[in-house]
Write a protein that binds this ligand. Structure first.
Ligand SMILES: [Zn+2]
Ligand SMILES: [Zn+2]
Length: 230
């Protein structure tokens, strides 16, 4: 009979999150910008589809609405900042904020592919598009499992996906637990987008004017009145 510790070890090894725990690569669409993620596994991240109008507006602003799903959803993997690093093409990284106090949305200037959403170092997480992990030897599903939730469905185009319009306490608690854990375990630094000493962004940043932000609303759900040519 196995000892208790052996049983525990066996149980842990059987957990899909540990079997697949590994490093992963991420890149922009044209592969000018490449990065690495350590400790990539379903139980070390939050993968959710966000239908909020800010995420939609951002992709419309970049002319990358092709990255939204049919209902305007953005499939995002939230990771610990210290687990993400860029190894190539960093000179291409630029940031955009939809409002002066909004989320920092970093993207690759070459192909306008989003590279990571952050709220700044005080709330340590980086939300990377699942699509950035598509590669010859890996898929986002293999690395992180399927999305575990859908949020802000009131902005979804068409009928909101099941369970996406209500606050999901389980999902929220999981996200908070993960971010607090990363903070306590020192996973904020090194941050891929912020300088530790200055607590300031590492890359050039622009902020939309109120008019520019408003101009994007008709493109977004729940009832887009404008359709941008692809
Ligand atoms: Zn969003
Ligand atoms: Zn690119």
């Amino acid at each position: 009979m196995l000892s208790r510790s052996h049983e525990l070890l066996a149980a842990r090894n059987l957990h899909p999150g540990n079997i697949m725990r590994s490093s992963a690569t991420l890149s922009c669409s044209c592969r000018e910008v490449c990065g690495l993620v350590t400790d990539a596994a379903p139980n070390t991240v939050n993968r959710v589809v966000c239908y909020c109008d800010d995420c939609q507006a951002f992709l419309h602003k970049l002319d990358r609405a092709d990255l939204l799903d049919d209902q305007g959803g953005t499939d995002v993997v939230q990771l610990a900042p210290a687990s993400v690093s860029f190894v190539r093409g960093t000179e291409r990284i630029v940031g955009l904020r939809l409002t002066p106090r909004g989320v920092y949305r970093w993207y690759a200037s070459c192909c306008r592919m989003p590279l990571g959403n952050t709220l700044g170092p005080a709330i340590p997480f980086v939300g990377v598009l699942a699509r950035a992990f598509e590669g010859e030897t890996q898929t986002p599903d293999q690395l992180f499992g399927h999305p575990i939730g859908r949020i802000f469905g009131r902005h979804a185009v068409g009928h909101p996906p099941e369970g996406s319009t209500r606050l999901n306490p389980w999902l929220l608690a999981r996200a908070v637990r993960m971010v607090v854990g990363w903070r306590l375990r020192g996973k904020t630094w090194p941050h891929p987008f912020f300088d530790r000493t200055r607590r300031a962004p590492n890359f050039p940043l622009t902020t939309l004017s109120a008019e520019e932000r408003e101009a994007l609303r008709p493109l977004c759900g729940p009832n887009p009145s404008l359709h941008r040519r692809r």
